[in-house]
Design a protein around this ligand. Sequence first.
Ligand code: NAI
Length: 480
Amino acid sequence: MVKICCIGAGYVGGPTMAVIALKCPSIEVAVVDISVSRIAAWNGDQLPIYEPGLDEVVKQCRGNNLFFSTDIEKHVFEADIIFVSVNTPTKTRGLGAGKAADLTYWESAARMIADVSKSNKIVVEKSTVPVKTAEAIEKILTHNSRGIKYQILSNPEFLAEGTAIQDLFNPDRVLIGGRETPEGQKAIQALKDVYAQWVPEDRIISTNLWSAELSKLAANAFLAQRISSVNAMSALCEATGADVSQVSHAVGKDTRIGPKFLQASVGFGGSCFQKDILNLVYICECNGLPEVANYWKQVIKINDYQKNRFVNRLVSSMFNTVSGKKIAILGFAFKKDTGDTRETPAIDVCKGLLGDKARLSIYDPQVTEDQIQRDLSLNKFDWDHPVHLQPMSPSAVKQVSVVWDAYEATKDAHGICILTEWDEFKTLDYQRIFDNMQKPAFVFDGRNVVNVDKLREIGFIVYSIGKPLDPWLQDMPAVA
Ligand code: NAI
């Protein structure tokens, strides 16, 4: 029986390994982590992450050929193939701070593999890493190898949170990079054999190591670039009376461009886009390519601009101050169908509003109060972006309440901000909400989910990103 061990039981390691276990009953899969609470949650009824369809997959395999454990060394020792899916955040100090990937977790995983291994291993980079990481990992492993042979593969993960199980069941492609030696090719084939249990062969691509590593950064940069491109257009739409939905529909109909990832919004979030672009920027700088670095950095700058613009629009619409006013925040996760709040635009928008002394009442169906309070009180590193500069004072954090119902959040509010595109926000009883709000009642839709005409009929003043402005808003000062 082939044995797989995955180091890192997070948003990637957990779902990916659960699907491998489901699709490959003859493989024993162990997912290990240093976090005792995370492993306990994987073994319990309430899984540590929310992902549609994940519960069913885990329950079907857990205890049969899928195991979650903190006994990292035992499972690494026994495994033939070791996936490393640990976090690779942006460095916050030292060389490359604010841009480079922090490979501390990766390096410590590699050293541990070298320490406990007594047989040949295939080590698979599942985490998103800078180009040439495999070379560094190879050096760590071979210098400590005591005769054991390692093959390093790069197998970046392209799943998206919120649709992880669907993406894993039916991936656009599986990418495997390896050394162009006979041993490297043999290792690629061993990993191909795993995926071939459910992925059509023509969707399994093999490349050299560096292409695989770089393709993941490139894919995320291209995706984020589309969002920043359409968001940049949304500002111009508001200034000219064009409608960004009509523009992106017309643009996306061009088969060379395509319709996906062209929704204007308050900005992208999540643990990957910003981090991976910063990483790409750093790699470009280190390779003497400042123009290329600046080109990609602009994608992040437009994202920050969009979040700032949203806050400014809100404040200027509400008579240039939200001080003491209750603002309902609907949605805090960085996108729908996940409870993940890493780099969510909601953090910056809420901080912007708290900076103007608003009182916030926040509702998200999947994010806990604890998480929201933690996110808002954390003093974030200054990535070169002014929106992150100010830590929240304890008194500002007291202006935040977290509730478990959209009606409670909006009761007596002066304005509503929709920051996550949860389906339930489309079907709320907006008449009931309007009746219970202060007047004039404002809606600022950061995800373009509400029916603007219907809400205006009820009496709301509505701002939707990139749409022709409400007559009320046209009279307000222009927003930078
Ligand atoms: P995560 O933070 O949810 O999970 C990482 C896990 O690794 C944590 O539970 C942590 O305790 C564990 N860990 C860290 N060091 C360890 C060690 N030495 N031994 C054992 N466990 C250790 O991170 P997530 O979101 O799963 O991301 C993992 C990697 O996958 C990152 O490089 C990320 O860029 C990449 N990725 C993430 C995607 C996403 O949607 N979240 C999608 C595609 C790639």
